[in-house]
Design a protein around this ligand. Structure first.
Ligand SMILES: [Zn+2]
Length: 369
C-alpha cells in the first residue's frame, strides 16, 4: 500500500476500477458548505446546495477520469484506481500508453465526457427553462441567483463547459497538451514532441501566472505553478524513459560477484556485503539459479531472525528472465509487473547475471547524468 492509497478511502467500484476519495477532500466539502452558506449569505439551504453541487461536480470529474480510463484499458493498460483530490481526479494507470495514437484518443476522451454532459444537461435545461436557460450562461446571470434545481442544472452545465475548455488548453500536461504532444510525436518522435509540448505548456503557464499576478487572482497563480512544475516533471520522466529504451539489459547486468548457496547462513551474506559492498546476491544451488537475496532482504531477515537463518528462506525465487538484447525499458516493466527485485539475464539457456532495481537505477543515473 503506498502513501496515496493509505490516505484515501474507497467509495465505489466501476467495472473493476476502484474510485477513492482522498481524506483532504473533506476540506472541499467544508469549504463548499461555508462558501454557499455563509459567504454568499444563503444560510442552511445554501450550505446544503453547496454540498450537493460540489458532490455532483466531482461525479462529473470522476466520469471525466473514467473516460480516460476506459480508453486506457482498451489500449491494454491497467487502471489501478481513480482518486479524487481537492484539485481534481487522478487515474492511476499501469502500462505503456506512449503510442501517439493511443495517447491522442485517451487524452481526448476525458474532455469529450464533459462535452457529452454539457449536451445532456442542455437537453434537459432548454425544454425545462426555455430562454432562461441561456440566461444561465451569463447574459442575465443575476436572475438565477435563487437556489433550486434550475440553478443546479445551470451551475453544472457551466462547470462542465469550463472543465472541457480548460482541459483542452494546449498546456502540457493538461489533456489538450497531451493531444498536441501525440500529434507532434507522429512526426518527430516522442522525445522531441514532448520537449516542444513542455515548452508551450510552460509558456502558457507563465502567461496564466502573470495574468493571475496582475489581477490578484491567487487561484490562477496556483494553477500556473501546478502546470509549470508538472510539465517539468513529465519532461524528466520522458527523458528517463528514452534512456531506458536506448540502453540494453547488459548496461545493468551484475556479472560475477559473490554467489550464495541457499544453505549459507545470513551471517555469511552480511560478511560478503560488508567486505565487497555488493548489494544484491545471486543464490545458486548445484549450478542452478534459485533466486536473489537483496540488501533489504538481508537487513529485514537479520532484524527478524538473527544471523543464523539460512539464506534460502529469505531468497526471492521465480525471477523473471530477460535476454541481454532486451532494453532496460523491458527490464523495468518486467520488474514492475512481477514485483520481483531482480530479473535473471539468460542467453541460450546460459545465466549471464542479474539485473536488479538498483542496478537499473545506477545504469540510468550514469546515462542521464
Ligand atoms: Zn483529463
Amino acid at each position: 500500500m503506498n502513501k496515496s492509497t493509505s490516505m484515501s478511502i474507497p467509495i465505489a467500484n466501476v467495472r473493476g476500477i476502484e474510485i477513492r476519495v482522498h481524506l483532504t477532500f473533506a476540506l472541499v466539502l467544508l469549504w463548499a458548505a461555508f462558501d454557499w452558506g455563509i459567504s454568499q449569505g444563503l444560510g442552511f439551504a445554501g450550505a446544503v446546495y453547496g454540498l450537493l453541487f460540489v458532490s455532483l461536480l466531482f461525479v462529473c470529474v470522476t466520469l471525466h477520469e473514467l473516460g480516460h480510463s476506459l480508453f486506457a484499458i482498451r489500449y491494454g493498460a491497467r487502471v489501478r484506481d481513480i482518486t479524487l483530490y481537492p484539485i481534481g481526479g487522478v487515474a492511476h494507470l499501469e502500462g505503456d500508453l506512449s503510442h501517439p495514437k493511443h495517447e491522442f484518443w485517451m487524452a481526448l476522451a476525458g474532455p469529450a465526457v464533459n462535452i457529452v454532459l454539457v449536451v445532456i444537461l442542455g437537453t434537459i435545461a432548454i425544454p425545462l427553462m426555455g430562454w432562461r436557460a441561456l440566461d444561465g450562461m451569463g447574459v442575465l446571470w443575476s436572475r438565477l441567483q435563487g437556489l433550486g434545481p434550475e440553478r443546479l442544472l445551470m451551475d453544472l452545465l457551466a462547470t462542465n463547459l469550463g472543465l472541457a475548455l480548460f482541459n483542452l488548453l494546449p498546456a502540457f500536461p493538461l489533456d489538450g497538451g497531451r493531444v498536441l504532444r501525440a500529434a507532434l510525436a507522429t512526426r518527430m518522435g516522442e522525445l522531441k514532441a514532448t520537449q516542444i509540448a513542455v515548452q508551450i505548456g510552460q509558456g502558457l503557464a507563465m502567461l496564466v501566472g502573470l495574468a493571475g499576478f496582475f489581477t490578484g487572482a491567487l487561484n490562477l497563480i496556483l494553477i500556473a505553478a501546478f502546470i509549470f512544475l508538472s510539465a517539468a516533471q513529465e519532461w524528466r520522466g520522458t527523458q528517463l524513459k528514452a534512456a531506458l529504451r536506448r540502453l540494453p539489459a547488459s548496461a545493468a547486468l551484475i556479472k560475477g560477484g559473490v554467489i550464495l548457496s541457499p544453505y549459507d547462513t545470513l551471517a555469511r551474506a552480511i560478511n560478503a556485503a560488508l567486505l565487497t559492498g555488493q548489494s544484491d546476491f545471486a543464490v545458486f544451488n548445484q549450478g542452478y539459479l534459485v533466486g536473489v537475496l537483496t540488501r533489504q532482504d538481508i537487513a529485514a531477515g537479520f532484524q527478524r531472525y538473527g544471523p543464523n537463518i539460512e539464506v534460502g528462506r529469505l531468497t526471492h525465487t521465480h525471477l523473471p528472465t530477460a535476454h541481454p538484447g532486451d532494453s532496460l525499458w523491458d527490464i523495468h516493466h518486467k520488474l514492475e509487473k512481477s514485483g520481483s527485485p531482480a530479473v535473471s539475464v539468460v542467453e541460450n539457456g546460459r545465466f549471464l547475471g542479474l539485473a536488479t532495481v538498483e542496478s537499473v537505477r545506477r545504469a540510468l543515473q550514469f546515462a542521464v547524468a
